[in-house]
Design a protein around this ligand. Structure first.
Ligand code: FAD
Ligand code: SF4
Length: 410
């Protein structure tokens, strides 16, 4: 099978392109793009710097508010945030803010710029549990406030779900560079440590002034009929393995995917890029109510994925799955050599001493738990932000300020 897994489908701007794109910006007063960024990255300010060919200044503006600037440049759903209200849309099309940000952060890396700086030590320390985007941003924000920061991650690699987003959208190299920058600030990372098993939250409370839990939605859901079936794997486990092995995995020629969200689209696209001939995706939602973005759906269809909408699995016998239509009396049977279930993720907080209500911790005050020394951030925190990378960045910044205030800081 021919693999295109590592191919970059949306190459970055050239120096000429980035200047042309920045020149289209209207340099709005009270810019809608900056108001809409959950991380507060200020596109109007860094685009202005790009217009004056001040790439260093542009990179500084991005880093001021977002420790994961080069990751967000690649994976942020900009059409929902900064680009949504872009004033330029009234003339032709919104400014491609994501790609300008990507150019600037690539420039930063190529020129080995060191923008993030450690704060003056305040004698206190915090433990962060998990190393996804929320914890990574929190690590930088705490470090800036003078805390000694220790990150405990159960996996051998750092980055949480960033290590699942397919390589063609977010190369591992980009994540490695961002994490190295954070390590260089003096943040201590401890991998292979599952808090609640190897180390308890009580142990961390004794060692640190505060503990922040950011375990995310790290586990792939299984539907009961698919459990303990050798042909079945969750989307999370599938994507994690493919990315960890850089696409060097064996996949059969005929794969069934169940689910229709953005994660399912990542799975079907990955399968196609790996060279899988027949990819069938059966989805509960009908096309008009699809969860995945239109762009992702159309992209998958263009690659040759067969998408069948409006069906639910009714029987599973080995590698044969029967689906019944939700509304009409119709049934289909699909036989496949591998079945990937992309029906959502769930958080696992056993042993962490917190309770989730509707998948979140919500004790009235954002980021607080019942224990005054224990806080939460990221996907499991009840917040106004979406469960996205940039949403995680925002909660990571905010939790650091809340903890700092709770510990008597200003
Ligand atoms: C396939 C996929 C594609 C996605 N694509 C995008 C995208 O394009 N754009 C976007 O904005 N968002 C995307 N997301 C969503 C985004 O990745 C998440 O919203 C974000 O990663 C959540 O960050 P987090 O820090 O809360 O947790 P996570 O990233 O989930 O990280 C949690 C970390 O905690 C660790 N952990 C859990 N329990 C313990 C414990 N007891 N002890 C120690 N460590 C523990 C886990 O191993 C994990 O590393 C995607 C998600 C998936 C699954
Ligand atoms: S809203 Fe659009 S046009 Fe206005 S400053 Fe932002 S990127 Fe430029």
């Amino acid at each position: 099978m021919d693999s295109n897994y590592k191919k970059d489908f949306e190459p970055g701007f050239s120096p000429l392109n980035v200047c042309e794109e920045a020149a289209r910006c209207l340099l709005c007063h009270d810019a809608p793009c900056s108001k809409a960024c959950p991380a507060g990255t200020n596109p109007d300010k860094f685009i202005r710097s790009v217009r004056f060919r001040n790439f260093k200044g542009a990179a500084e503006t991005i880093r001021e508010n977002n420790a994961l600037g080069s990751i967000c440049a690649r994976v942020c759903p900009t059409e929902k945030y900064c680009q949504k209200g872009c004033s330029r849309s009234g003339i032709d099309k919104p400014i491609d803010i994501g790609r300008i940000q990507r150019y600037v952060t690539d420039f930063e890396e190529a020129n080995k710029m060191k923008i993030l700086e450690a704060g003056k030590k305040n004698g206190k320390s915090v433990a962060l549990v998990g190393s996804g985007p929320a914890a990574l941003q929190a690590a930088v924000s705490f470090n800036k406030l003078g805390y000694e920061v220790h990150v405990y991650e159960k996996e051998k690699v750092l980055g949480g779900m960033l290590r699942l987003i397919p390589e063609y959208r977010l190369p591992n190299r980009v994540v490695d560079v961002e994490i190295k920058r954070i390590e260089d600030l003096g943040v201590k990372f401890h991998t292979g440590v599952e808090v609640g098993k190897k180390v308890s939250v009580e142990d961390l409370k004794k060692k640190h002034d505060a503990v922040v839990l950011a375990p995310g939605y790290s586990y792939g859901k299984m539907l009961p009929a698919f459990e303990n079936n050798k042909y079945v794997i969750s989307a999370v486990d599938f994507l994690r393995e493919v990315k960890a092995k850089g696409g060097a995995v064996k996949v059969p020629a005929n794969v069934l995917v169940v689910g229709g969200g953005d994660v399912a689209m990542d799975v079907v696209t990955t399968l196609k890029l790996l060279g899988v001939e027949h990819v069938t995706d059966v989805v509960y939602e009908q096309f008009k109510e699809f969860k995945a973005s239109k762009k992702e759906l159309e992209g998958a269809q263009k690659m040759g994925v067969t998408i069948v909408d409006g069906y639910v699995p009714s029987k599973v016998e080995g590698n044969v799955v029967t689906f019944a239509h939700r509304e009409i009396k119709a049934e289909i049977k699909v036989e496949a050599d591998l079945v990937v279930l992309a029906v959502g993720q769930y958080p696992e907080v056993k042993g962490l001493g917190i309770e989730l209500v509707k998948g979140e911790v919500n004790e009235g005050k954002p980021y607080y738990t019942k224990d005054p020394k224990v806080f939460v951030c990221g996907d499991i925190a009840h917040s106004a932000y979406d469960k996205t990378v940039v949403g995680g960045v925002r909660t990571g910044k905010e939790v650091a300020l809340y903890v700092h205030a709770a510990l008597g800081g200003k």
